[in-house]
Ligand binder design. Structure first.
Ligand code: FEO
Length: 169
């Protein structure tokens, strides 16, 4: 039988991941409106990955005979009007998600729930990558000259090349 607090946090994580998807869709929306389709592509793929994460938590609960409780998804925070600030907001959000995953891992560890700890290993690694990617994007934008138009165009071209792949775990 799964510890009630661990099951509750796993359920909440479905919601947090779907909120992340919603937030990144809002960021994509911001960039689409600005005509930066490469940036929009980047965040649309990011949103799909977050939906995949939500499904991994959903399936894990199902596979372990735990009820899944779906709650309302919060309205996403509006994207900041400056492009660079959107990138910074994405990094801040990933840092928050990392802290949630770590808290979940600690709860599983406290409950002696080794199966859930192993399940979460992938997410701990994934969060490291997500933070790295968000940081790299900020650094690239600075290298390309911040919000300056020529640099934005070039970075937009690069981000248009990102393609979606389902999580392998
Ligand atoms: Fe599901 Fe971006 O962490």
């Amino acid at each position: 039988m799964m510890n009630a607090n661990v099951a509750k946090l796993l359920n909440e994580q479905i919601n947090k991941e779907l909120y992340s998807a919603y937030l990144y869709l809002e960021f994509a929306n911001h960039f689409d409106r600005a005509g930066l389709d490469g940036f929009a592509n980047w965040y649309k793929i990011q949103a799909r990955e977050e939906q995949d994460h939500a499904m991994l938590f959903y399936q894990y609960l199902q596979d372990n005979g735990q009820p899944v409780t779906l709650e309302a998804i919060e309205k996403p925070a509006a994207a900041p009007d400056c492009h660079r600030k959107v990138l910074l907001a994405a990094l801040k959000h990933e840092e928050l998600v990392t802290s949630l995953i770590h808290a979940l891992y600690k709860a599983a560890s406290d409950a002696g729930d080794y199966r859930t700890m192993r399940f979460l290993d992938w997410f701990i690694e994934e969060q490291g990558e997500e933070e790295q990617n968000a940081n790299a994007l900020i650094n690239k934008m600075e290298l390309f000259g911040g919000d300056a138009k020529g640099g934005l165009y070039l970075l937009n071209q690069e981000l248009a090349g990102r393609s979606y792949s389902a999580p392998s775990r």
